[in-house]
Write a protein that binds this ligand. Structure first.
Ligand SMILES: N[C@@H](CCC(=O)N[C@@H](CS)C(=O)NCC(=O)O)C(=O)O
Length: 204
């Protein structure tokens, strides 16, 4: 049995979504961030970075949410990786793009708007990072022209890992209306039973 550590409303969420897509049995163990359980000796043995998520599957222990998703797909539902070398390359491309390009400005704004007490909030950090987002969203919108999913017709990790980052954008006040293809893509994803199961986990 796979054990995924971390709450659905964290980076662990995209792994829970992937487990739902793979249709594999798993247990989701909560890690109490308020009591710093993620910094405890027991948790550091699973993820020495002291961050969620961590995955344990038999003798395999992994950290890094998108890498965990590649493992889940490879082992339990390989079609999620992509059906050809070219499709698999797109899964890597979009996952690396989402984690190394898109995620940072979104998270910087999220931290300022959601976690930072008002008196410490930096409008400069918010403005600088919000200004980076339209160019990224235009890249994604162009890539999705005349396609249901990033690989074409088939849903893959390219979509899952990218959408897990993109879906934070409305919560930081980004105007999504110019990105028509992105909105159609998010609607198609929203109809997936695995996405709905994951959304219910997020609602707690
Ligand atoms: N790149 C990591 C990021 C993990 C991460 O930052 N997790 C956050 C929650 S979303 C965390 O555990 N933060 C606690 C901390 O930094 O002390 C991944 O994708 O797994």
């Amino acid at each position: 049995m796979i054990t995924l550590y971390g709450p659905a409303r964290s980076s662990a969420g995209r792994c829970l979504w992937c487990l739902e897509e793979a249709g594999v049995a798993y247990e989701n163990k909560q890690v109490d961030m308020r009591t710093k359980e993620h910094k405890s000796e027991a948790f550091l043995a699973l993820n020495p970075n002291g961050k969620v998520p961590a995955l344990v599957d038999g003798n395999t222990t992994l950290f890094e949410s998108m890498a965990i998703n590649f493992y889940i797909a490879d082992k339990y539902k390989p079609e999620l990786l992509g059906m050809s070398a070219e499709e698999r390359a797109l899964s890597y491309q979009w996952s690396f793009w989402a984690s190394s390009e898109l995620q940072d400005p979104i998270i910087q704004v999220f931290i300022q708007k959601v976690f930072m007490p008002e008196e410490k909030r930096s409008q400069t950090v918010i403005d600088e990072n919000m200004a980076k987002l339209p160019a990224y969203f235009q890249v994604l919108d162009n890539a999705l022209a005349n396609k249901t999913y990033l690989n074409g017709k088939n849903f893959s990790l390219a979509d899952l890992n990218t959408a897990s980052v993109v879906s934070i954008a409305p919560h930081i006040g980004l105007d999504m209306s110019p990105y028509k293809n992105v909105n159609l893509w998010l609607n198609a994803i929203g109809e997936r039973p695995a996405f709905q199961a994951y959304s219910n986990l997020r609602k707690g």
